[in-house]
Design a protein around this ligand. Structure first.
Ligand SMILES: NC(=O)C1=CN([C@@H]2O[C@H](COP(=O)(O)OP(=O)(O)OC[C@H]3O[C@@H](n4cnc5c(N)ncnc54)[C@H](OP(=O)(O)O)[C@@H]3O)[C@@H](O)[C@H]2O)C=CC1
Ligand SMILES: Nc1nc(=O)c2c([nH]1)NC[C@@H]1CN(c3ccc(C(=O)N[C@@H](CCC(=O)O)C(=O)O)cc3)C=[N+]21
Length: 353
């Protein structure tokens, strides 16, 4: 079975020494009134101001730029340190299996970013690459075989899948205990219901909340508007923000007059996939803006690509009190949250937690 799959290979850990920074303790990811078991392990960070990481935008605005790269680096240092201690203590380390179908340019870019990050912290990876036209049964077999491998602690199936494949069927087959993306209905359902505990919280929503907490943005009682309802970002972000006691509205492609709704929001999260859809006049003065959009835009003249967010930054920065840049905002923190989820999964498997 595995012979039909291009297994790119095991990427042995480089265990590069990421210079040690002060070790932050944990924020309560699932909201302030949840039991201690909810508090993620100590490789994530407290709700504290990090003045050194704040930058002030130039021009007409004094919006704080919610920079994600340095936060991601700090989390990576903690994860790498734990993995180093795991390796020297019990001689084991985490392994991630990545399933990549087809040849979408953006998916290949995202996978390269994930593999590099795993390599930096000492997570071993294996990639199963399937052709665009692969049969659904072939994909399901690959996922099932990774479910059965005890030394695989996390599995990600890069989305979106080609249209002929049933995404929900594939995610259903994933073992919820290896579902480090947090997309399995058991994990998503448990995220939705107050008092319940998923094995994993999806990475982009965790990245969004980590950024808000790190920069001291209050979530409780705030009006949050999420534009987009995908299972990767929009839906779980709305679920996580309600667990943090925000009052949440979700907008989608059938929403009429979205700018009316966003202009009442304290926190606006954009997860649409359309460059610059969110304009400055969509925002209330002083709103906090999280731009999850990572759109690869082709330059008409030289055919090169650049990354653009869903928010028109130049306009929004003049209105917002704080805003994430693209690139360098939520994206890198999302990746560090994936590393944190994989480490947690390995620790659970080794009965270290
Ligand atoms: N930074 C990060 O960590 C991450 C970034 N992303 C980025 O976020 C973007 C979206 O990705 P993804 O969620 O996978 O995309 P999807 O296409 O799965 O979802 C897009 C969502 O936007 C909604 N939408 C589409 N058009 C409009 C509109 N005109 N007004 C309001 N809502 C609209 C859709 O509504 P409907 O449901 O009605 O179709 C849908 O819910 C991409 O740029 C992606 O790269 C994604 C995940 C993580
Ligand atoms: N199973 C699955 N899990 C995912 O988590 C998943 C997915 N499928 N499909 C696609 C989306 C998108 N996503 C991003 C992750 C990192 C960046 C990221 O690192 N962005 C960098 C720049 C990236 C670039 O240069 O292209 C930044 O914003 O600075 C962006 C987007 C995860 N997704």
């Amino acid at each position: 079975m595995r012979s039909t799959v291009g297994v790119v290979g095991w990427h042995r850990t480089l265990r590069k020494t990421l210079h040690s920074l002060s070790a932050p303790s944990s924020p309560a990811f699932l909201g302030p009134n949840l039991p201690d078991v909810w508090v993620p392990r100590d490789h994530t960070s407290p709700p504290t101001h990090f003045p050194e990481s704040l930058q002030w935008a130039n021009g007409h605005s004094n919006a704080v730029i919610l920079e994600g790269k340095s936060i991601a680096k700090q989390i990576k240092v903690k994860v790498a340190d734990e993995i180093r201690r795991m390796k020297s203590g019990i001689g084991k380390f985490p392994r991630l299996a990545v399933v990549l179908v087809g040849d979408r340019r953006d998916s290949h870019t995202f996978i390269q970013i994930k593999l590099k990050a795993c390599d930096q912290v000492g997570i071993e990876t294996v990639v199963a690459q399937l052709p665009q036209k692969c049969a659904e049964s072939e994909l399901l077999d690959v996922v099932s075989s990774f479910n059965d491998e005890t030394d695989v602690h996390g599995i990600i199936v890069q989305l979106p899948l080609p249209q002929h494949l049933d995404e929900e069927k594939v995610i259903n087959v994933l073992s919820p205990e290896k579902d480090v993306d947090g997309f399995h209905p058991l994990n998503m359902g448990n995220l939705a219901i107050r008092g319940r505990k998923p094995f994993f919280i999806p990475c982009a929503p965790r990245g969004c909340v980590e950024l808000l907490l790190r920069h001291g943005v209050e979530i409780k009682g705030k009006r949050a508007v999420i534009i987009g309802r995908s299972k990767i970002a929009g839906l779980p972000t709305s679920l996580l923000l309600q667990r943090h006691h925000a009052t949440v509205s979700m907008l989608h492609s059938y929403t009429k007059n979205p700018e009316q709704i966003t202009s009442e929001a304290d926190i606006v999260v954009a997860d649409v996939g359309i460059p610059n859809i969110v304009r400055g006049n969509w925002l209330k003065k002083g709103a906090v803006v999280i731009d999850m959009g990572t759109n690869q835009v082709k330059d008409r003249r030289d055919h090169s690509f650049h990354v653009s967010g869903d928010v028109c930054f130049e306009e929004a920065v003049k209105v917002a009190s704080a805003i994430t840049p693209v690139p360098g905002g939520v994206g890198p923190v999302t990746i560090s949250m994936l590393l944190s989820n994989i480490l947690d999964s390995a620790k659970r498997s080794f009965e270290m937690i």
